[in-house]
Design a protein around this ligand. Structure first.
Ligand SMILES: Cc1cc2nc3c(=O)[nH]c(=O)nc-3n(C[C@H](O)[C@H](O)[C@H](O)COP(=O)(O)O)c2cc1C
Length: 330
């Protein structure tokens, strides 16, 4: 079984779970640039129980991926037990840990009592951890929020209960579920949780750059830091954050051509791993942000549907950059 503390010392910056984002192509882009531990998006234990092929696509790592952390969500202990066994069988030695989502604030999730709604039901939540721990050959961890309702701060007490149930680490996002992604994440929640539990704590919330990530590690009691939206258009963030935090290396600027090359690589990975390119539109916009004439390029990239259309657009963008300032007299 992995020693999470040792792993966190080597690379404290983890690729956070993000539904609709952290697919295999996305993970590989980040792994090639320094991410080590990377999470699937949250996967329904009910979906796995019904043996849905669509759900398994979310779980299974690509051959290039050395490991995977699988995040599960649901409310039924028996479905979690089934899912843990099924994931272990399917993923084998590449499975690093199983994480239980107790943080998702989406209406369609919480109305079923799943995700962050579990923070209102600590005993049910503990029974899910216990059901997983009984079956798991890997660490079982949980991801929580500061609390459920506005102004609520139950994270530390809740985390202590999850540790007692067998959780091997606790990740905490310093917003309440009610806040969704608005307002600021309160990093003091991370310290409060760390003061109450003996297991490692992963901090999350408002880590938008390598500098933010290094700051969370330095200024809070977090043993590791989740990078979520900070990966948008920036797959370098894991290597950059590590170099900054551990070796004091300043974060380099990434030029326009380098960004377009990375986008090309990412779209190619998507093309190789998925039948549909639609997801490429969102992350293409993220890579193009800040480039000359970004608004125009972004307006066009969201109309691309095929791999060839994306590539032709990038050829055009690269040609314009190569001609550069002289062409239009700037
Ligand atoms: C598009 C999107 C999808 C997300 N999906 C998940 C998810 O499936 N599981 C989870 O635990 N958190 C999920 N999160 C939350 C992130 O993992 C992270 O905790 C949150 O974004 C706070 O970090 P940030 O402010 O640095 O982005 C998601 C966040 C975003 C923006």
């Amino acid at each position: 079984m992995i020693d999470l503390r040792e792993q966190f010392k080597r690379q404290p910056f983890l690729m956070a779970p993000m539904a609709g984002v952290t697919d295999a192509a996305y993970r590989i882009m980040c792994r090639r640039r320094g991410a080590e531990m990377a999470y699937t998006e949250m996967v329904s234990v009910a979906g796995l129980s019904y043996k849905s092929a669509k759900t398994w696509v979310l779980v299974e790592p690509e051959p290039e991926e050395p490991q995977i952390c699988v995040q599960l969500f649901g409310t039924k202990p028996e479905q979690f037990a089934f899912a843990v066994n099924a994931v272990q069988e399917r993923v084998g030695d590449k499975l690093t840990l199983i994480d239980i989502n107790m943080a998702c604030p989406a209406r369609k999730v919480i109305t079923k009592g799943e995700g962050s709604a579990l923070m209102k039901e600590p005993e049910l939540a503990a029974s899910l951890v216990e059901a997983c721990v009984r079956e798991a050959r890997v660490p079982v961890t949980v991801k929580i929020r500061r609390g459920f309702a506005a102004g609520e701060n139950t994270a530390a007490e809740f985390a202590a209960r999850m540790e007692q149930a067998g959780a091997a680490a606790v990740a905490v996002h310093g917003r309440t579920a009610n806040q969704l992604y608005t307002g600021e994440a309160d990093w003091s929640t991370i310290d409060e949780v760390a003061a109450r539990v003996g297991v490692p704590v992963i901090g999350s919330g408002d880590v938008f750059s390598a500098e933010d990530a290094a700051r969370m590690l330095a200024k809070t009691a977090a043993d590791a830091v989740f990078i979520a939206r900070g990966t948008y258009g920036n797959p370098w963030v894991f290597g950059d954050a590590r170099a900054l935090a551990l070796d004091g290396v300043p974060v380099p600027e990434r030029g326009a051509l380098e960004r377009i090359e990375a986008l090309r690589e990412h779209l190619t990975l998507l093309h190789e791993t998925q039948p549909f390119m639609a997801r490429g539109r969102a992350f293409s916009s993220w890579y193009l942000k800040g480039l000359p004439h970004a608004a125009a390029w972004r307006g066009r990239v969201v109309q691309c549907t095929t791999y060839d259309e994306f590539m032709a657009l990038l050829d055009e963008a690269e040609a314009e950059l190569a001609v550069g300032p002289d062409a239009d007299g700037r």
